[in-house]
Write a protein that binds this ligand. Structure first.
Ligand code: TLP
Length: 346
């Protein structure tokens, strides 16, 4: 295995720009984006706003900054954000809602990253000065720790009704929204219309090297712009990287279906290996979680064994590993990965 290229399934963030994307980046027209003068960033922002059916969009350096600027723009210190206990904003953003916006989180349980309108209703704080003020609901779609699962539009619409009754705003962490759209046959705007702010990432399944965007009304994007500056995310000749994002939007959306088929193929084969269990029903897009029987060691042990054998996955819990498919992993790589996992277990 030593001389073979490792199959990197740690995340869809690991993709590297290929020649055509690099060429688009090298040829990008640029300007100073802090003065709104970068034509490539402006073009990207218009395209994202249109895709999501919103008035405006803003390019930001990362998915975390997209979420955190959207949160800061729609909350006050002392507010409470209603979200799922497995959401990225809670697990993987370094405590940012508390640190950057002064907000606490009301965490809802639920299978696969989902919760319903009734759970939101019960989580709402009474209008009493003792309590934090419930002001924002954050939904993640696809849901990363839920297994790349896709929210139903009906469930979102029900939650929106509760939000409207009580004057709450809604943010969509759509880092992988386009995966959900490809899997479910929805348009991005079909989901986005229920949210005040929506983020999407270009550096996950879409395969661009850097960047995310937030879309909303013009007024709200002005606020997000202010917080992007405050959080240190103002960029100058960012058109170089925005060109990679534009290229990804133009060329890498429909091919997400291949990543989904590869994830399904991998999941189906791994589920047959004794000692590995996978909830196959939850594998709707490009992410799969695999529970490891303790007889095979812990999740981290098993991941490091696979790592040495040339298949890179990450442990996300003591007995759980994650694999994510993406455009730098072919169907042949998946076949090879399956063989390597089989041998490692044997
Ligand atoms: N997710 C990464 C890690 O941070 C866990 C991954 O490998 O999956 N929202 C969601 C749903 C995400 O999955 C991620 C990244 C982000 C936001 C943050 O994006 P970045 O890494 O660009 O800040």
């Amino acid at each position: 295995m030593r001389n073979m290229r490792p199959i990197d399934l740690r995340s869809d963030t690991v993709t590297k720009p290929a020649a055509a994307m690099r060429e688009a980046m090298a040829n990008a027209e640029v300007g100073d984006d802090v003065f709104a003068g970068d034509p490539t960033i402006n073009r990207l922002q218009e395209k994202v706003a249109q895709l999501l059916g919103k008035e405006a969009a803003i390019y930001v350096p990362s998915g975390s900054m997209a979420n955190q600027t959207a949160i800061r723009a729609q909350t006050q210190p002392g507010d409470e954000i209603i979200t799922h206990e497995d959401n990225h904003i809670y697990h993987y953003e370094a405590g940012a809602p508390a640190a950057l916006s002064g907000c606490s989180l009301k965490l809802l349980p639920g299978k696969h990253g989902f919760f319903d309108a009734e759970a939101v209703r019960s989580a709402l704080r009474p209008a009493d000065s003792h309590f934090p003020q419930s002001s924002l609901i954050v939904i993640e779609n696809t849901h990363n720790r839920g297994g790349g699962t896709c929210w139903s539009i009906d469930a979102i619409a029900d939650i929106r009704r509760v939000a409207d009754e009580h004057g709450l705003k809604m943010h969509l962490d759509g880092a992988r929204l386009l995966n959900a759209c490809i899997a479910k046959g929805h348009k991005p705007a079909d989901y986005a219309k229920y949210f005040d702010t929506v983020s999407i990432c270009f550096s996950k399944g879409l395969g661009a090297p850097v960047g995310s965007a937030v879309a909303s009304t013009k007024e709200k994007i002005k606020r997000v712009h202010r917080f992007r500056k405050m959080f240190g995310g103002g960029m100058r000749q960012g058109g170089i990287i925005a060109a990679g994002a534009l290229y990804a939007l133009e060329n890498h959306v429909d091919r997400l279906a291949t990543d989904h088929a590869n994830a399904k193929k991998l999941a189906t084969a791994l589920a047959e290996i004794p000692g590995l269990s996978i909830d196959l029903g939850s594998v709707e897009t490009n992410i799969l979680y695999c529970d490891i029987d303790p007889r095979l060691g812990t999740g981290p042990d098993f991941a490091s064994k696979l790592n040495e054998a040339g298949v890179w996955m990450i442990a996300t819990a003591p007995q759980r590993i994650r694999a994510v498919t993406h455009l730098d992993v072919s169907t042949e790589d998946i076949d090879r990965a399956i063989e390597i996992v089989r041998k490692s277990v044997a």
